[in-house]
Design a protein around this ligand. Structure first.
Ligand code: XUL
Ligand code: CO
Length: 448
């Protein structure tokens, strides 16, 4: 790359010798082996095109504040093409291996889908050229079927057949783009697939239509030989009041109901988990126990703000918990990664804040990986969990497990047990001690 587009040098790993943060990684050392794999292969970091290159840093009360070096390109197509140059230099400097995008992140819409597709293809041509020289991979692509006013009442769940038809047509092209760029996954976040009021909503029909669109997408992907892992991304609310893919458990039930669980897995996001009243760890646990963990969107919410703020992850406790689940799963998913569905705060409006945001996000997950790997290596939680359920290994517990004990045997066993005996069958969880242990692991693993 001849010209320097971003005023930033390559971000390198320097270890944790200095306490202040600069343009460097303190924990992410891509080729270092942790728990048997290179860090880059555990984490598979991806930069989200929409938040990084398109987001103007608006909030519900204020205009965008972002200053971006490509703002000088005022023609929308010139701007879209220039942004690809900026994006690939950004990846080179940051050292991420993957990118993610929606179709509409890349190029402006025309008046018809034919014109829109032509605009998109020009930008995709440029991305494919860069991929050839840089080896950059696409973690996933997706289709934006929620921004344009035509999607006011949803896409696949729209009550208007023309909009369903248009959504299918848009998706068809987006899958073709996915094949061209070699996307490892394809994501469906249910943009406006939900409802505002049940008084005017045929909930069953809408969900049947959503499932129909997903099946059509998978069938078409098979037809064109696009073998990406299909993913659904749950979110409980925003933009609609009631999103159908509320959380991991609800989405898994939907997938099973409509026979999608063989071909689809989940893409889980930290802030979405919080909006559903869950932790990120809870969502990842639910998915991994169902064998349906696909990929992760990395961000965090703010306990003091109610909306989806897509903050760069910085909470080491949460990243440790997430990476603990990932290690237990043997990896994020068959082809999953950590996509920074994150943006700078509105007050962090300079171009280089995009680098600093990714640095804190990547370092937080790298730190979480290091801590979780040490906890796994020492088996610290494994022993605690095994001990807690040990009564199922022998005696009446083993009989419950084997099916030998039914209601009658369990009644005979329990009928004369005294309160004191039953109290003695339980023991304290010592949860505070566990949390203190986790704190020690965080401080000591990272302090070395
Ligand atoms: C919205 C969200 C999306 C999806 C992709 O909350 O998370 O960015 O990840 O459409
Ligand atoms: Co997301």
């Amino acid at each position: 790359m001849a010209e320097q587009l971003w005023d930033m040098d390559k971000i390198n790993y320097v270890g944790n010798s200095s306490l202040t943060s600069g343009a460097e990684f303190h924990y992410y050392n891509p080729d270092e082996v942790v728990a048997g794999k290179k860090m880059r292969d555990w984490l598979r970091f991806s930069v989200a095109y929409w938040h990084t290159f398109d987001q103007r840093l608006v909030d519900p009360f204020g205009d965008g504040t972002a200053i971006r070096p490509y703002d000088k390109y005022t023609d929308p197509m010139d701007n879209a093409l220039a942004k690809v140059d900026y994006a690939f230099e950004f990846y080179d400097k940051l050292g991420n291996d993957f990118l993610c995008f929606h179709d509409r992140d890349l190029a402006p819409e025309g008046d018809t889908l034919r014109e829109t597709n032509a605009n998109l293809d020009k930008v995709v041509d440029r991305i494919v050229d860069y991929q050839k020289t840089t080896g950059m991979k696409v973690l996933w692509n997706t289709s934006n079927m929620f921004t344009n006013p035509r999607f006011v009442a949803g896409a696949g769940t729209s009550p208007y057949a023309d909009i369903f038809a248009y959504s299918a047509a848009q998706l068809k092209h987006s899958l073709e783009v996915g094949k061209r760029v070699g996307s490892e996954n394809y994501v469906f976040w249910g943009g406006r697939e939900g409802y505002e009021s049940l008084w005017n909503t045929d909930m069953k029909l809408e969900q049947e239509h959503a499932a129909k669109l997903f099946h059509m997408a998978k069938d078409y992907a098979n037809e064109i030989g696009f073998d990406a892992q299909m993913l659904l991304e749950p979110k409980p609310k925003e933009p609609t009041t009631h999103q159908y893919d509320f959380d991991a458990a609800t989405t898994i039930a939907f997938m099973k109901e409509y026979d999608l669980d063989k071909d689809f897995k989940l893409n889980l996001e930290g802030n979405h988990a919080n909006l559903a009243g869950h932790t990120y760890q809870h969502e990842i646990r639910v998915a991994r126990e169902a064998g349906l963990l696909g990929s992760l969107d990395a961000n965090q919410g703010d306990k003091l703000i109610g909306w989806d703020i897509d903050e760069y992850p910085s909470n080491l406790y949460e990243t440790t918990a997430a990476m603990y689940e990932v290690l237990e799963n043997g990896g994020i998913g068959p082809r999953g990664g950590l996509n920074f569905d994150s943006k700078p705060r509105r007050s962090s409006f300079e171009p280089n804040d995009l680098f600093y945001g990714h640095i804190v996000g990547m370092d937080s997950f790298a730190a979480g990986l290091r801590v979780a790997a040490k906890m796994e290596e020492d088996g610290v939680l494994k022993n605690i969990v095994a001990d807690r359920y040990s009564s199922y290994k022998s005696g009446i517990g083993a009989d419950i497990e084997s099916g030998k004990a039914g209601f009658k045997e369990l009644e005979a066993y329990s009928l004369d047990k005294t309160q004191a005996e039953l109290r003695a069958a339980t023991s304290s969880d010592h949860l505070e001690q566990i949390k203190d242990t986790i704190n020690h692991y965080i401080v000591n693993t990272l302090g070395k």
